[in-house]
Ligand binder design. Structure first.
Ligand code: F6R
Length: 273
């Protein structure tokens, strides 16, 4: 069997409706069993429409997040929670402030730590994920370097939560939001590739033509530490949710095999890649 499945949608909006539907089914089925749903969450531009859709489902369709526990992928080193560019602030601005998830269920690595505490903090983050029962569902974006989380080129497949140096390209991509590359932190704490790959279900999102080449490399290139998203090729339950532009370098489009374009709001419209 070949992994992962590739799902091509007319637009990001259609894709996130499908994804939010899958996530809400997980949350509701767990709630019915009196259990928690453990979500791994990403920041950046890519998941913004997903968070809008989840907020809409909460406001207008009664989706409760009371039984959700979340673990974010990463946080910039040196940014306090209150910093507008911190991922803690991002997640509250776009999701947590608008849903009924208890604050105690929310986990992000801390960006403000004394040097001596960093290793213990990372080990504790891993332990918390384990204690929660592991990640049920991990949402990912993909960076220009092919990173998932902040697993930049050179990140081993079995890497765990740790401090990393950010690649120059990653810092350049973030420079507009920070008002200049000099303002972008040089380090972050990220879940490792090994941590991410233990999630029981993974969906990587990518929109727009700028992501087309790196999506192609991740899916069709060799498995390599140089492109951490390539490790997803070996994960048995990963889907790439792409809009047409992000899928435009995949050789199988627009013909019907092996990918299939999705033109209407789908249910389970994925095919193996
Ligand atoms: C964010 C993260 C990163 C981003 C990636 C894409 O928590 O871990 O891997 O998903 O850099 O960023 P955007 O979505 O802004 O293109």
């Amino acid at each position: 069997m070949s992994f992962p499945s590739i799902c091509v949608f007319d637009s990001a909006e259609v894709a996130v409706r499908e994804l939010a539907g899958e996530i809400s089914e997980l949350i509701r089925s767990r709630a019915a069993q009196g259990r928690m749903a453990v979500l791994g969450l990403a920041t950046g531009n890519t998941p913004l429409p997903l968070y809008q859709e989840l907020v809409r489902l909460h406001r207008h369709h009664g989706l409760s997040f009371a039984n959700v526990v979340s673990f974010n992928l990463d946080e910039y080193m040196g940014l306090a929670r209150e910093h507008p560019q911190s991922y803690w602030a991002f997640m509250h601005r776009h999701l947590f402030d608008h849903i009924d998830m208890p604050e105690s269920h929310i986990h992000l690595p801390s960006g403000i730590l004394p040097e001596a505490d960093i290793a213990a903090h990372c080990a504790e983050y891993e332990a918390r994920i384990r204690d929660a029962g592991g990640l049920d569902f991990q949402v990912l974006g993909i960076g220009g370097t092919g990173h998932i989380g902040f697993n930049e080129p050179g990140s081993p497949k079995d890497s765990r939560t740790r401090r990393v140096l950010l690649d120059e390209l990653t810092r350049r991509d973030a420079s507009t939001a920070f008002g200049g590359i000099d303002q972008v932190p040089t380090q972050a704490i990220t879940m490792g590739c090994g941590t991410i790959l233990e999630a029981r279900r993974i969906v990587l999102l990518a929109w727009g033509p700028r992501k087309a080449a790196i999506v192609h490399t991740a899916l069709r290139g060799p498995l390599t530490e140089q492109v951490s998203a390539s490790f997803l090729q070996e994960h048995p339950n990963t889907s790439f949710f792409l809009d047409r532009d992000a899928a435009s370098s995949l050789e199988c489009l627009p013909s019907a095999t092996p990918c299939r374009s999705v033109t209407t709001p789908p249910r389970r419209a994925c095919v193996p890649g």
